[in-house]
Design a protein around this ligand. Structure first.
Ligand SMILES: [Zn+2]
Length: 62
């Protein structure tokens, strides 16, 4: 599952309903909500991690 930093939990957290998108600069970004508190979160990802997240069930939006 995709992981990101939650500003509310102030810790790394698993992302719920992750959506992977591509940035204008060619990077990958994953957006979702914190599985612990529900706060929206996003994380920059390498291509490897983005593909892994999609394989593990993240939505692909590019
Ligand atoms: Zn949180």
């Amino acid at each position: 599952m995709a992981e990101g930093y939650c500003v509310k939990c102030k810790a790394k957290s698993q992302m719920k309903n992750p959506v992977v998108s591509k940035t204008s600069r060619g990077g990958y970004m994953c957006q979702g909500t914190c599985s612990k508190c529900g706060t929206k979160m996003s994380a920059m990802m390498s291509e490897d991690n983005a593909m892994k997240a999609i394989k593990e069930g993240a939505k692909k939006s590019f």
